[in-house]
Design a protein around this ligand. Structure first.
Ligand SMILES: Cc1cc2nc3c(=O)[nH]c(=O)nc-3n(C[C@H](O)[C@H](O)[C@H](O)COP(=O)(O)OP(=O)(O)OC[C@H]3O[C@@H](n4cnc5c(N)ncnc54)[C@H](O)[C@@H]3O)c2cc1C
Length: 395
């Protein structure tokens, strides 16, 4: 296939590489342009939901991921005031997924496994140190400018996928608005090898702890626990990232323990934004380039992977002449709507729930637990299976 027939992808994060692997395996040549000198090792997403694992299984990478991750079939809500509010178990939806658990595993594990699997594939090419900085569209091609060591170079392809993260140059070059807002508080992630199982009886690998003063969530990944806190705007970025400040937050987790071994402290801004459209002509936005949200519920990367698979299926059908270009509009219709209806709505609701004392939230969780139909509906929603079903219904 001529160079102009390739699909160009900006960004070799988890979402761009899933799109690339899907397309290349379906017979569509892809070139991925990555701004960095290598794959990012940044510690961010660590939860893979059941339907995402089903998709990764289709790509042939789930087994390697599972071997390096931690299966978490259960998760808990707690509150400082009431203790354990409720525990849920994905095993009860094992009839609709091959992976009835969350997999606790770093997103960098996925990108490494995908890259190792795809390098050498005849349809796959990845160029590092190649930031996409400009986009222009023509009748039958899309043209991009890449910055290679300070020199601008042009590349042409049939379609372009912007998977270049929250500050997407592709989105900006297309002039697509990123509507929404930024929370005034920031997210502090503290990683520790401390074994919380040894001091909190009955703890699971995924735990959300509500408190109006200082809520947090505790996530276990292989070899580490990550504790995430929201910090208000009154403390400077510099102060928040000191060990002393991190220890002061950690001291609230288990009474009497105040001197944790700390591996990493990372501070993030938290946004809720969705691009006004996910398609403009021959260019598409997926993953954080298209939508960002707070990490409560672990839906950002998972939703991005769902975008990648939805778009790659349609693009490969169009590139292999099985359907027409009009099919591609369905990607924008389906994925943008479920981003608004599920990812944005429930991540904001999750934050509000954790900011509470757990009185009303605890009663709501108990009502769900006591009703098997509601429990199932709830698990289908938090696992993101319901959002994928909703997308299908939209046709
Ligand atoms: C603390 C934290 C915890 C989180 N936990 C979860 C979780 O458990 N589950 C979940 O689903 N989500 C989670 N998220 C969100 C998740 O990390 C993101 O949604 C995910 O990284 C999005 O993947 P992406 O590939 O779209 O973008 P990115 O991971 O940002 O990757 C974009 C890539 O594009 C490259 N790039 C940037 N600009 C350019 C350019 N101009 N040209 C070429 N390349 C470029 C970057 O170098 C990068 O490699 C979390 C986020 C944070 C901050």
């Amino acid at each position: 296939m001529a160079l102009q027939q390739r699909v160009l992808i900006a960004g070799a994060g988890p979402v761009g590489l899933v799109a690339a692997a899907h397309l290349a395996r379906s017979g569509v040549p892809v070139t991925v342009f990555e701004a960095g000198p290598s794959l990012s090792e940044e510690s961010r997403a660590s939860t893979f939901h059941p339907p995402t694992l089903d998709m990764l299984h289709e790509l042939g990478v789930a087994k390697a991921m599972i071997a390096q991750g931690l299966k978490a079939p259960t998760f808990q809500y707690r509150s400082k005031k009431h203790g354990l509010l409720a525990q849920f178990d994905f095993t009860s939806i094992a009839d609709v997924t091959h992976h009835p658990y969350r997999l606790q595993c770093e997103q960098s594990t996925l990108t490494r496994i995908l890259y190792d699997q795809m390098r050498g594939h005849p349809n796959f090419e990845l160029q590092f140190n190649s930031a996409v900085v400009g986009v222009s569209q023509h009748v039958s091609s899309v043209e991009i400018t890449i910055d290679r060591n300070g020199r601008g170079e042009q590349r042409w392809g049939r379609y372009l996928i912007g998977a270049d993260g929250a500050s997407s140059k592709v989105r900006r070059a297309l002039g697509i608005e990123f509507e929404g807002f930024t929370w005034p508080d920031r997210l502090l992630v503290v990683s520790t090898p401390f074994n919380f199982h040894s001091v909190i009886p009955g703890l699971t690998a995924v735990n959300y702890v509500a408190d109006p003063e200082r809520w947090y969530f505790l996530l276990q990944i292989p070899g580490l626990w990550r504790v995430m806190f929201l910090v208000n705007e009154n403390t400077s970025d510099e102060r928040v990232q000191t060990r002393e400040f991190a220890q002061s937050l950690m001291a609230a987790v288990v009474p009497g323990i105040s001197d944790y071994a700390i591996d990493h402290i990372t501070l993030y801004k938290v946004h809720q934004r969705v691009a006004k459209t996910f398609r403009q002509g021959r260019a598409f936005l997926i993953g954080d380039a298209a939508h960002i949200n707070n990490p409560l519920g672990g839906m950002g990367m998972n939703g991005g992977i769902h975008d990648a698979v939805n778009l790659a299926e349609r693009l490969s059908a169009v590139c292999c002449c099985e359907t027409t270009d009009a099919e591609l509009d369905r990607f924008d219709k389906q994925r943008r709507l479920v981003t608004m209806e599920y990812i944005q709505k429930y991540t904001i609701q999750n934050k509000r729930n954790l900011e509470s004392s757990g009185d009303e939230f605890g009663r709501e969780l108990q009502a769900i637990k006591e009703n098997p139909a509601r429990t199932r509906e709830y698990l289908l929603r938090v696992s993101m299976i319901a959002s994928l079903r909703r997308a299908q219904e939209l046709g």
